[in-house]
Design a protein around this ligand. Structure first.
Ligand SMILES: [Zn+2]
Length: 372
């Protein structure tokens, strides 16, 4: 099952034009007409309506394609906002993004998850506080997205299971009730992938290398969820036959070798601590890192064999990988006889709060889709 896949043929011209302006950041009417193969009168009519709605603004002259000067159209970023909240075992992160998907402000508080009304109340109160501090008018919030580490039934607002939060079959309806906005839930890795793939038109696989290993398969601009919301559980693919025991009960899962914990346990429980040691040339950290990259290279080449598309490495470790990507590339090349290069392998754009930004983006997307 693919959710949020784009069926462009069913979108109105107004939606297509608004999304085109959003993607291009600045574009002229003539460029829109040529890009979307629409007549100039159709473009004029829809642009006029989008300007009247306050979503689009016509700015100064700029050099358009073809060298001619044209007036640039762009999205009014402060017109509407969306909120994103990311729940982890010990923290809650809050973000606000604007209509262009820009991260405006963020806040992270320490709070250990518990399935109690006290916890949900505290989560809401901190949100209300964050909203006040942000200065954003409350009537301009399109909705609140909440990302959770676990298997989520978004339709029924349920955590089906979460190893990280140590809960099964938890209803989140009480939490939703506290907000005066529409609330949407999604798995944290899927949410981060949405942020990473926001303005891409290519299929891709996202691998989340956090305290557990997860991922997301992104096809036709939609998330492939699987029949039981369990797709892309890359962490429980077998990496080593009869290897070390995983928390799921199996032996040799990728999670055992590629999670951020493999590194943070060598940095006094902190991933930052580990990378500080690595940076300082600590011999034992270097060995751990070498082995980690070897294992990650196996996972990456396996995924490339299955999906044959771009692979984005994100999660906590993904935020540190940019500097070391060539070392990983060398190991991947050795294992993969089918590819001539490794440009399909990329590190994440959002080094922090990708999940919260991604879940907030759902409301921006929906807002544009609903333009009548
Ligand atoms: Zn496992």
């Amino acid at each position: 099952m693919v959710v949020n896949g784009v069926d462009e043929s069913r979108q109105s011209n107004k939606v297509r034009i608004a999304k085109c302006i959003l993607d291009c950041k600045e574009i002229s009417k003539a460029e829109i007409a040529s890009k979307l193969e629409l007549s100039m009168p159709t473009v004029f009519k829809n642009i006029k309506e989008l300007i009247q709605l306050g979503i689009v603004t016509e700015g100064n002259e700029y050099q358009s394609t073809g060298g001619r000067k044209a007036k640039g159209l762009s999205i009014v970023d402060h017109f509407m906002y969306a909120a994103g909240i990311d729940i982890t075992r010990n923290h809650i992160s809050y973000v606000f993004i604007d209509l262009k998907g820009n991260l405006l402000c963020q806040k992270r508080i320490r709070r250990t998850y518990e399935n109690t009304l006290y916890y949900y109340e505290a989560l809401y109160e901190n949100f209300a506080c964050f909203l006040k501090e942000s200065g954003i008018e409350s009537n301009k919030i399109l909705g609140v997205g909440i990302s959770v580490p676990g298997i989520i039934d978004a339709q029924n607002q349920m955590i089906i299971t979460s190893h990280v939060l140590k809960v099964n079959n938890v209803s989140l309806k009480n939490l939703s009730q506290l907000f005066e906005y529409e609330v949407y839930y999604e798995n944290d890795a899927n949410s981060a992938a949405i942020a990473e793939f926001a303005d891409r038109n290519r299929d891709a696989v996202y691998v989340s290398l956090s305290d557990t290993v997860g991922g997301c398969v992104y096809i036709n601009q939609g998330v492939y969820t699987g029949e039981h919301y369990r797709s892309a559980e890359f962490g429980h693919m077998n990496l080593v036959r009869n290897g070390t025991k995983c928390y799921c009960g199996k032996k040799g899962c990728a999670d055992v070798y590629c999670s951020a914990r493999v590194l943070s346990c060598h940095g006094n429980g902190s991933l930052e601590g580990f990378f500080d040691l690595l940076q300082a040339g600590d011999e034992s950290a270097k060995k751990v890192w070498e082995k980690y990259l070897e294992d990650l290279a196996v996972l990456v080449t396996d995924l490339r064999m299955v999906f044959d598309c771009d692979i984005i490495l994100g999660g906590y470790v993904g935020g540190y990988l940019k500097k070391y990507i060539m070392d990983l590339n060398k190991k991947v090349v050795k294992l993969d006889p089918f590819d001539n290069d490794t440009t399909y392998l990329q590190t994440c754009r959002y080094e922090r709060e990708a999940s919260a930004v991604g879940i907030a983006m759902r409301f921006i997307e929906k807002y544009f889709d609903m333009l009548l």
